[in-house]
Write a protein that binds this ligand. Structure first.
Ligand code: E4P
Length: 218
């Protein structure tokens, strides 16, 4: 299972990378804006900076919504670095752009996916990744994990190569549930990844061992 970090914050990406468990990064316009990045040159430089830190795929999202502009943006983003995966929204123009970019050898991540029907179209268009949003579905009383599980099963049934990238993760439970249902990738804030380490018996055991170690070295 691959672990991606869902942020545009360079310090957090570097921290996750230094743990040796990071497989990639996902960003979106909201996460980029949060870092105070302004203007096309700064945006492009930021993606290049991210690629220098992490040794894995980096999703960079298009900011246009019509087919022609998404293709132009996608080509520019992909030219930045071979690690770039162009993130495209799951719309009619988006599906068409995923197909065309794929034909040019450019990898894509179909984002804002909230149904199995959308996921099917993303796979048929040849998306490298599909991103179902767990937290945003949970927010409206639906079941995000159930959607991820259904997409995993449908892709296995038909043999699609598109990787299921579980997104909009809000908790350590979301990550564990994704592990149990066979999601190919999770993308999560650093906080939830680090929370996987939390266990009171680990803390307690460490305290006991530390006390014994102190006694021996006094
Ligand atoms: C996916 O790639 C998105 O960037 C992200 O996971 C969205 O998460 P949010 O719903 O917490 O904004």
């Amino acid at each position: 299972m691959k672990f991606f970090i869902d942020t545009a914050n360079l310090a957090q990406i570097a921290e996750a990378e230094s743990m040796g468990i990071l497989d990639g990064v996902t960003t979106n316009p909201s996460l980029m804006a949060k870092e105070g990045i302004k203007g096309k040159d700064a945006i492009m430089k930021h993606y290049t900076d991210i690629c220098k830190i992490v040794n894995g795929d980096v999703s960079a999202e298009v900011m246009s919504s019509d087919y022609e502009s998404m293709i132009e943006e996608g080509k520019e983003l992909a030219a930045l670095d071979k690690q770039i995966v162009v993130k495209i929204p799951c719309t009619a123009d988006g599906i068409k752009a995923i197909k065309s970019l794929g034909d040019m050898g450019i990898r894509t991540n179909c984002t804002l996916v909230f149904s199995t029907g959308q996921a099917m179209l993303a796979a048929k268009a040849g998306a490298s990744y599909v991103s179902p949003f767990i937290g945003r579905l949970d927010d409206i009383g639906a079941n995000g994990i159930e959607l991820v599980s259904r997409i995993v099963n449908i892709y296995r049934y038909y043999g699609y190569q598109t990787e299921v990238l579980a997104a909009s993760i809000r908790s350590v439970q979301h990550i564990i549930q994704c592990m149990e249902i066979g999601a190919d990738v999770i993308t999560s804030p650093l906080k939830s990844i680090l929370a996987l380490l939390n266990h009171p018996l680990t803390d307690n055991g460490l305290k006991i061992f530390q006390e014994a170690a102190d006694q021996m070295t006094k």
